[in-house]
Design a protein around this ligand. Sequence first.
Ligand SMILES: Cc1ncc(COP(=O)(O)O)c(C=O)c1O
Length: 471
Amino acid sequence: MAIQWSGLGPELLLRLDRRGGQPLRSQLEEGLREAIRSGRLQGGERLPSSRELARELGISRGLVQECYSQLLSEGYLTSQIGSATRVAMGAHPPRPEPPPRPEPPPRLIADFRNGVPDLASFPRGDWIWATREACGSMANLDLDYGDPHGAAVLRTVLAGYLRRVRAASADPAQMIVSTGFAQGIVLVLRALAQAGARCAAFEDPGPGTADTSETVRAAGAIGLRTVHVPVDDLGIDVSALEDSGAQVVVVTPAHQSPTGVVLAARRRHALVDWANRNDGFIVEDDYDSEFRYDREPVGVLQGLAPDRVFTIGTASKALAPAVRLGWVLAPPSLAAAVAEEKRISDRGSSTLDQLVLAALLESGRYDRHLRRMRAIYAGRRTGLIAALARHAPRVRLTGLAAGFHAVAHLQAGADEQAVVTAARERRVGLYGMSSFRSARAAGPPRLVLGFGQVGERAIEPGIAAVADLLT
Ligand SMILES: Cc1ncc(COP(=O)(O)O)c(C=O)c1O
């Protein structure tokens, strides 16, 4: 699609050779014809005004006007009184037909995809407000390369937020702003590998294998051996972790991803004890704990052992994945190493975006948005429980303490993949637990039911449409 330039003049790269013998006018005409023929200038695209082009090329305006009228008469350009000169539609050879687009998948009655928050609820108005605030108040110096730790103001408000809401032991000097969890975990694993770690353990079910998980693949690429440690009803099995030989473990204690289990108090203590005894480190993925429902709030593990735990947070669940901002709260001994990895990786996240997030947090709009989203997800969660109770009462639902996904237990012997496929034919998106498991672990048939992207009104018809598959 041609850019409309709404009143602003486009720039155009054309070279004129002043030393060769060819007259400037014929060079300009040829240059424009060539740009149109080659498709560099597309039908409908606006050309610079004769005045702008003359100024850019250092030639007289009359010469540009002559060129334009020549190309108008040749049919390369069009112009109407009072509007800009444009490339004529069809002036260049048509591009080869693009291959036919595949048929869009049929609209689903309900899509229980996990991991994505309600994108329609992104607080656009607040983001616009915060962008104005940030741009209006930032100093010129803020536009320079920033501290690789991240903008001081964001680290300060985030540290306050994590102390207040997550009972973290948070000091802005230990915070590193990252491009979401995805980058935060890589920075942390790199810093740990530099410090001598050789093996990283992941929960099972958890992120999956190197085939299904970018995180596990990234750990391997850093040179770490990766192992999988089983998760049961109390969270990660710490004795199995002991036996694994890992020096680092990546966990989701507040709401295990994907089982939804909350790490039991005694396991929390056992995990910290494991780290202390083995000179190990815990990487806590605190991805969706903002949304908790009917249980006592549990703080981050980091609050129990700030020297042994990295907590990684993200704006992807609270706001939207497109924000691409996250944060690492690192043990004091390793914060500088993580910041150095950040510097090497990309010199720091966008200061503009960081200041916008800081303005949202400082103004209380972030908290207000979370309150609103909690109510929305709580409504969907209740709707899901009710729909299953009505249409598939034999299906047990667990993992509902926080976040916006739960786990449905299918009957023993059910074929998880067959259920997923059959549901798709009925236009319901269901997702099996198997892609979250390591290759070795063949577990009971389960579905991970996300309710971030499914509206409250779609839940009941969605479950009704697949109820017989579930029981
Ligand atoms: C377990 C878990 N942690 C963290 C994230 C967020 O990753 P990011 O911050 O890179 O968007 C996700 C995204 O789906 C996730 O599933």
